[in-house]
Design a protein around this ligand. Sequence first.
Ligand SMILES: Cc1cc2nc3c(=O)[nH]c(=O)nc-3n(C[C@H](O)[C@H](O)[C@H](O)COP(=O)(O)OP(=O)(O)OC[C@H]3O[C@@H](n4cnc5c(N)ncnc54)[C@H](O)[C@@H]3O)c2cc1C
Length: 306
Amino acid sequence: MQIQENIILAPYTTFKIGGPAEYFALVKTLEELQDALLWAKEKEKDIFVFGGGSNLLIGDNGIKGLVIKLDLQRLEFDENKVIVGAGVNLAYLLNQALENNLTGLEFAAGVPGTVGGAIRGNAGTYGVAMGDVVTAIRYLDKNNELKTMAKNEADFAYRHSIFKVNNYLIVEAELLLERGDVAASKALVQERLLYRKNNHPNQPSAGCIFKNIDFREADIEALKSKGIEVGKFLEHKKIPAGYLIEKADLKGKTIGQAQVSPQHANYIINLGEAKAEDVVILTSLIKQQIRDKFGLQLEEEVQFVV
Ligand SMILES: Cc1cc2nc3c(=O)[nH]c(=O)nc-3n(C[C@H](O)[C@H](O)[C@H](O)COP(=O)(O)OP(=O)(O)OC[C@H]3O[C@@H](n4cnc5c(N)ncnc54)[C@H](O)[C@@H]3O)c2cc1C
């Protein structure tokens, strides 16, 4: 394992934004990870770990300390059980599961990034998420001790897990999949990929910038009076952030080279040379307008490291 200095992070993110890491290590095994953590401890450097960089906004001044890109690639199938390293790409995992006649990961179709990032943020689509297929997680705690946590201890909720709160480092996970109808699963995956291709922007982004907002049935009338029709959102009891941004007439709003996607209002896209600062200013403008117009508070889904 090599520790490099002054490595620009933008190419490691889907946003293509971000300054240099003071120190940078690409880590492929648990031993390399432990060496890197020991190095940082001895040098008294902070640590930042990431996977696919698809849910990240890294600041223009970069990140001080040691930035670790986790590339743990273990992948083993044992009947319906899968052991998967944190660095395994979700798309690769989905394909390999289907090759092994296992279904249950259709929600991951078109979601970029790694298993580690997906567990931390409980990534998902169509009301199904990573926490629904995970049964146990191996992680390093704050003392860098290797531990195992059962799914029910992980506090999975909408785009949430205990790993967001405690900053534990996910090393690998155990999943339980199904022997379902593989042909139907493949067809659904293709359908969802096509939907994304036609309806989501293809410029660099970090996916949905804000979380959707919960509402209760008791709020419906009050929301109506502000021009928000929640009828079609009753099933999931969440108002899509993109719907609010569109209603606030912010599609296409541009700061510097960051733009609210004209195609999907909950995406901020990088028009080419966007700075993190452009994205930060644009997100605060959106939050302010949604607060002023609808009295609702948006919360970032993307992790800002600025
Ligand atoms: C075009 C596009 C579409 C997207 N669509 C969706 C979608 O439909 N649904 C959805 O939920 N998300 C979506 N996302 C967001 C993103 O794909 C997911 O959040 C993904 O799970 C992030 O994984 P990652 O490896 O890229 O995480 P990273 O961006 O690398 O990291 C995200 C956070 O997780 C932490 N982290 C990463 N790995 C670990 C680890 N091993 N242990 C502990 N912490 C870790 C990082 O420190 C960081 O705080 C989309 C993103 C893009 C660009």
